[in-house]
Design a protein around this ligand. Structure first.
Ligand code: FMN
Length: 359
C-alpha cells in the first residue's frame, strides 16, 4: 500500500534540495497551496449504508477516452530532474495504471519518445502559447503527429508567479537538462548568465504570450485539429467565455498554488464553474487532491475527473516509472475504497448529497 501522505518524505530523500523546493513550493506565502488541501478536507461526506457495493468500479471516460479511474496525470515540468526515467517513465507508469498523462510544454524529453514509452496509451499535451505563434503552431503539429489526442491550454500563467523558494536558491535547470519544446534560445538556463533569482521566471516572462484572450482557443482548435481543454479557470464567467470560444473541457485549477498568491482554493471554485458550464463540457479539477475521499468529493461537486501533480512527481522521484504506476494505482484503489464506503458502486452513483452542507 502506498501511503500518499508520506510519499513526499520518500521523494525528499532522493531529490536535490533545490529540485524538492521547486516541486513542493507555491507562490507568495503559499497559503493557496495549503488551502487547496484544507478545502477538500473541510468538505465532510455523508455516506450511504446498506447498499450493494460487493463490486465497485472506478472506471469512467474523459473526452470519450476510457480510464481506469477518474484520476489523470497533471502536467508538471522537468521530470528528468526527478528521475532518469523522465517524462517517458511517467508515460509508462500512467499507461500501466490505465490513466491519461498530460505532458508539459516544459518537458525535458521529446514528445515522440514520451509517446513511444506510453505505447499507445492516451497522451494529452499541455501548451504554453509562445509569443511566436508560428513556433506554437509548429509545436502543435508536432505533438499531434506524435499521437497526442488533446491540447491542454494553460491560461493562468501570463507571467510566472513569485515562487520565493526558487528566487532564494536561484533555481535553474542543471547543465545538460533542457526544455526541449521551447525555442532554442530559451531551452537552456545557462544562457542567462548572471541573471539573479529564478531562471525559469526570466524565460517565461520573456517568452509566454501575455496578450492572449479567449480567441486563442478557436485559433488552437483550428491549427491543431484537436480538442482544446482550458486549464486554470476559477470563475463561472470565465468558464462561460471559454466554452463559447470553443473549449472542449475545463480544468478548475490554481496551478497547485504556484501562480496567484491568495487565489481561491479549487474545491471552493469548482461549484461555480460547474454551475456556469451547465453540462455543456466536462469539468476537471486539480490542486491538493490527496486520496480517494478527495476524488469522491470532487465528483460530488460535479467534476468528471481530477488531475494530480506533485504526488506523481514524488512517485517518479522515489521509484521511477514503477513509482508513478504505484501512485496512480494507489489513487484508483483508494477511490474504490471511498466509493464503497460511501455506498456507491460506480462513479455514476456519486451525487451532490454525499456532501454535508457547510455550517
Ligand atoms: C513541479 C510542478 C510543475 C508544474 N508544471 C506545470 C506545467 O508545466 N504546466 C502546467 O500547466 N501546470 C504545471 N503545474 C501545475 C499542475 O499541472 C497542477 O495544476 C498542480 O500541480 C495540481 O496541484 P497538486 O500538485 O496539488 O496536485 C506544475 C505543478 C508542479 C507542482
Amino acid at each position: 500500500v502506498i501511503d500518499l501522505a508520506t510519499l513526499e518524505d520518500r521523494a525528499a530523500e532522493t531529490l536535490h534540495p533545490h529540485a524538492l523546493d521547486y516541486y513542493r513550493g507555491g507562490s507568495g506565502d503559499e497559503s493557496a497551496l495549503a488551502d487547496n488541501v484544507a478545502a477538500w478536507t473541510a468538505l465532510r461526506l455523508r455516506p450511504h449504508v446498506l447498499r450493494d457495493v460487493s463490486s465497485v468500479s472506478t472506471a469512467t471516460t474523459v473526452l470519450a477516452t476510457p480510464v481506469r479511474a477518474p484520476v489523470l496525470v497533471a502536467p508538471t515540468a522537468y521530470h528528468l530532474l526527478a528521475h532518469p526515467d523522465g517524462e517517458s517513465g511517467t508515460a509508462r507508469g500512467a499507461a500501466e495504471a490505465g490513466s491519461v498523462m498530460v505532458l508539459s510544454t516544459f518537458t525535458t524529453q521529446p514528445v515522440e519518445d514520451v509517446a513511444r514509452a506510453g505505447d499507445g496509451a492516451p497522451l494529452w499535451f499541455q501548451l504554453y502559447v509562445n509569443k511566436d505563434r508560428g513556433w506554437t503552431a509548429e509545436l502543435v503539429a508536432r505533438v499531434r503527429a506524435a499521437g497526442c489526442t488533446a491540447l491542454v491550454l494553460t491560461v493562468d500563467l501570463p507571467v510566472l508567479g513569485l515562487r520565493l523558494r526558487d528566487e532564494r536558491n536561484g533555481f535553474a535547470l542543471p547543465p545538460g537538462l533542457a526544455r526541449v519544446h521551447v525555442p532554442p534560445a530559451s531551452a537552456y538556463d545557462d544562457d542567462l548568465g548572471a541573471s539573479p533569482g529564478s531562471a525559469l521566471r526570466a524565460h517565461v516572462n520573456r517568452d509566454v504570450d501575455a496578450s492572449m484572450t479567449e480567441d486563442v482557443i478557436g485559433w488552437l482548435a483550428d491549427v491543431g485539429g484537436l480538442p482544446v481543454v482550458v486549464k486554470g479557470v476559477l470563475r463561472g464567467d470565465d468558464a462561460v467565455r471559454c466554452v463559447e470560444a470553443g473549449a472542449a473541457a475545463l480544468v478548475v485549477s490554481n496551478h497547485g498554488g504556484r501562480q496567484l498568491d491568495g487565489a481561491v482554493a479549487t474545491a471552493r471554485a469548482l461549484p461555480e464553474v460547474v454551475d456556469a458550464v451547465d453540462g455543456r463540457v466536462e469539468v476537471y479539477v486539480d490542486g491538493g487532491v490527496r486520496g480517494g475521499s478527495d476524488v469522491v468529493r470532487a465528483l460530488a461537486l460535479g467534476a468528471r475527473a481530477v488531475l494530480v501533480g506533485r504526488p506523481v512527481v514524488y512517485g517518479l522521484a522515489a521509484g521511477g516509472w514503477a513509482g508513478v504506476r504505484d501512485v496512480l494505482d494507489a489513487y484508483a484503489e483508494d477511490t474504490a475504497r471511498a466509493l464503497a464506503l460511501c455506498g456507491a458502486a460506480s462513479v455514476d452513483d456519486v451525487t451532490a448529497d454525499l456532501l454535508a452542507r457547510e455550517p
